[in-house]
Design a protein around this ligand. Structure first.
Ligand SMILES: Cc1ncc(COP(=O)(O)O)c(C=O)c1O
Length: 366
């Protein structure tokens, strides 16, 4: 039987989202993964203790509170934002999928800036929307005139990742405000990395009824494996989002973990401050390697370029042979020969710097 004939063509056309490079098959070898922007600086034991104490609060025989009510209440108290403005999901990827399923149907025009987080394109394809790419300027800032002009042409939704992955910069605040003021569609600002950045657009939630802000617990709070992400938006949008989701989308453990983690914010804030200091040190060390150009970062990762005597793909592969995984981004527009590395512990970062020096020297290429 030809199963394909039962599947819509746009689904058959999708290239599955692959993380093969980040999850190597050779598990007997120990790798340090600095490719997925996980938080390796928060202590594992600290997080495990928080999770253990959260476990005492739950009864796994019972269904969780619908729509992540416990977590929503904790976030509301923490941010001083009404519960009716919060929609929570099983990781931000899940919230992004929900948004896509609610707002995108066959032919919906959705603008994304390039280069950016790949999952937006993936969900646009999944929902059979039409991707409208808008290139960043060479300095990775928004091209306001072009963005607004392109969006005038029937674009319903605009994804802005700020701070942006993989470029690492948070867009100029005035530019973002200008887009919000002038674009008539829905603007989704993904602030997964804003805890490491310079500002948050949350302060504008009351000013723009078409603004959706996205947040994740995977980065600043070191909870990538627990899976919690959320959206902030006006009540109208949140109510519509709730139509699209089954009521038990956030499990009891995750809900309690959010509550416990936010009570310990001081610890995480100190971690964020430490990461920013380490970011400066790492930047300097990378800049000290000849042939390497480092870009400014408002995130927990750093983007750098190597000169053409070695390709970014070759460098990624050599680092992998030495047990270190970072992300080749060299095939993306504007990012020829660029790689992205997560800021790890001081020891991990130093190992990476040493490995880079070794590879580049041994190669005699740079
Ligand atoms: C820009 C951006 N948005 C969203 C996500 C997904 O976050 P989560 O782990 O909460 O699904 C990531 C993950 O790396 C990301 O980089």
């Amino acid at each position: 039987m030809k199963i394909e004939k039962f599947v819509p063509k746009h689904i058959l056309d999708i290239t599955p989202y692959s993380l093969d490079a980040d999850f190597p098959k050779n598990l007997s070898k120990k790798y340090t993964r600095l490719s997925l922007n996980e938080n390796l600086i928060v202590e594992r034991d600290f997080i495990l203790n928080l999770i253990s104490s959260s476990l005492n609060e739950i009864d796994p025989r019972l269904y969780p509170e619908p729509h992540g009510k416990i977590a929503v209440r904790a976030i509301s108290k923490f941010l001083n934002i009404d519960e009716s403005n919060i929609f929570i999901g099983n990781g931000l990827d899940d919230v992004l999928e929900r948004i896509s399923r609610v707002f995108i149907t066959t032919g919906t025009k959705v603008a994304i800036i390039e280069p950016t987080f790949a999952i937006y394109s993936y969900y646009i394809e999944l929902c059979n929307g039409v991707k409208v790419p808008i290139m960043l300027k060479d300095n990775f800032e928004l091209d306001i005139d072009r963005t607004l002009k392109v969006c005038e042409n029937g674009v319903k939704l605009l994804f802005l990742c700020s701070p942006n992955s993989p470029t690492g910069n948070q867009f100029d605040e005035k530019d973002v405000n200008e887009i919000l003021s002038k674009f008539n569609g829905i603007t989704i600002i993904d602030e997964t990395y804003s805890d490491f950045g310079r500002y948050s657009v949350c302060k504008w939630l009351d000013d723009f009824e078409n603004l959706i802000v996205l947040k994740s617990f995977s980065k600043a709070y070191g909870l990538a494996g627990v899976r919690i992400g959320y959206m902030l938006a006006n009540k109208n949008i949140v109510d519509i989002m709730k139509k699209s989701v089954h009521p038990f989308n956030v499990n009891s453990i995750s809900q309690r973990v959010v509550e416990t983690v936010l009570e310990k914010y001081k610890y995480f804030k100190e971690n964020i401050d430490y990461l920013k200091t380490e970011r400066e040190r790492l930047k300097k060390d990378l800049q000290g390697i000849s042939g390497v150009t480092v870009y400014p970062s408002d995130t927990n990762f750093i983007l750098f370029r190597v000169d053409k005597r070695i390709t970014s793909l070759e460098l990624q592969s050599k680092l992998k042979d030495m047990g270190m995984i970072i992300k080749d981004r060299g095939t993306l527009p504007l990012l020829e020969n660029c790689l992205r590395m997560t800021i790890g512990t001081k020891a991990m970062n130093s190992n990476l710097i040493n490995a880079l020096k070794t590879i580049l020297e041994i190669n005699g290429k740079i």
